[in-house]
Write a protein that binds this ligand. Structure first.
Ligand SMILES: [Zn+2]
Length: 361
């Protein structure tokens, strides 16, 4: 599958800041191969599109970037568009479009994508707007769901670098969730189906990155999109791209995400699923990871470690990472992308902590 990815990777979409202007030329390019239409507008009147692939009886709805600053899945769906129209792609992959009709909404939140924010232009988190439908983007997604009546939904996200696989020091590079439909987390028919699909996807990526795949705790969120869609009988699968060692552009994890999503589609189209016991054994997410840990800092004569997280911001049309202090103390149980030895640098008070940033290039 690695070769399939490499041969079809959409090279015009790279990095973490992906917005409508980036995908416009691709929509024109793919217009001859797939049915592409504008289906609505964002709060600030940016176009929102759907792309329809295949004509089979199984209906699959996929949306990306309901959180504007989570672009890995958008890159991956364009990789898949290249796969499906490539004459050299394997038959079993192409057969997906015989068995399924796939409707993709790339960049559901174009205003958030352009501004690189989680929320839309009204400051609404679309993934907490499933019952109130205050945002035009949430209304559009719900309308699409009601009209299309999909058999399966893929709700595609990115997660912050803080997420680890359980209490390990490993980042959660791919995380899954079969959302709950009520506080008791009852195993409905839809949940069981989505757990089975996730089990298949988990097995596929686990072979590449055995220590970096996890699942979310299935606590019920009454106003979350996936929880509500699943509650209303639409089998929903959530995938999150997370951090992978030195992968600040989410380009390495892009492949594992591609593999997960394609495995999910293959599993649905061939009606072959792994056992849900696998889902139950997937380790849960924790928040045990930092971008940088600076060890051996003498702060008020105590040896401490300083945990740094990057905050991302747009500046002069560039995405920049600003290091900020997240934790101070004994961080020996934490994992990090980078460890730095401050060699007993003396810091007199917290006010001088900024001098530590000279260690970070
Ligand atoms: Zn998200």
């Amino acid at each position: 599958m690695k070769k399939l990815f490499q041969n079809n990777k959409e090279l015009s979409l790279i990095g973490k800041w992906i917005h409508c202007e980036n995908i416009k030329p691709l929509l024109l390019l793919h217009d001859k191969s797939y049915q592409i239409n504008q289906i609505g507008k964002s709060f600030l009147n940016k176009p929102i599109y759907h792309i329809i692939l295949g004509n089979g009886p199984i209906k699959i709805l996929i949306w990306t970037q309901m959180h504007g600053n989570e672009a890995t899945a958008t890159k991956v769906v364009f990789d898949l568009l290249n796969v499906f129209k490539n004459p050299n792609s394997p038959q079993k992959v192409k057969a997906i479009l015989k068995f399924c009709t796939i409707k993709i909404i790339p960049i559901l939140n174009p205003d958030g994508a352009l501004a690189y924010t989680r929320v839309n232009a009204q400051q609404i988190d679309l993934n907490r707007d499933a019952t109130t439908l205050m945002a035009p983007e949430s209304k559009l997604l719900r309308h699409t769901l009601n009209e299309f009546q999909p058999d399966f939904c893929f709700n595609l996200h990115d997660q912050r670098n803080i997420y680890s696989v359980a209490q390990t020091k490993e980042p959660a590079s791919i995380s899954f969730l079969s959302p709950a439909t009520e506080p008791s987390r009852k195993l409905t028919a839809e949940r069981l189906k989505s757990m089975a699909i996730i089990s298949s996807m988990f097995q596929a990526v686990k072979s590449d990155i055995p220590k970096n795949v996890s699942r979310y705790n299935d606590e019920f969120y009454p106003n979350a999109t996936g929880d509500n869609f699943q509650k209303d009988g639409f089998c929903t699968i959530l995938i999150e791209a997370g951090h992978f060692k030195d992968d600040y552009n989410r380009e390495k994890v892009r492949y594992y995400y591609f593999k997960s999503l394609l495995t999910g589609l293959l599993s649905i189209s061939t009606n072959t699923f792994a056992t849900i016991d696998i889902y139950k054994d997937i380790p849960e997410n924790d928040t045990n990871y930092l971008d940088i840990i600076i060890n051996n800092v003498l702060l008020d004569s105590k040896n401490v470690s300083i945990g740094i997280l990057y905050i991302e911001e747009l500046k002069d049309n560039q995405l920049i990472r600003i290091p900020t202090i997240e934790k101070i103390g004994d961080l020996s149980t934490y994992g990090a992308n980078t460890f730095i030895d401050a060699k007993n640098i003396v810091i007199d008070s917290e006010n001088n902590l900024n001098s530590l940033f000279k260690f970070i290039n």
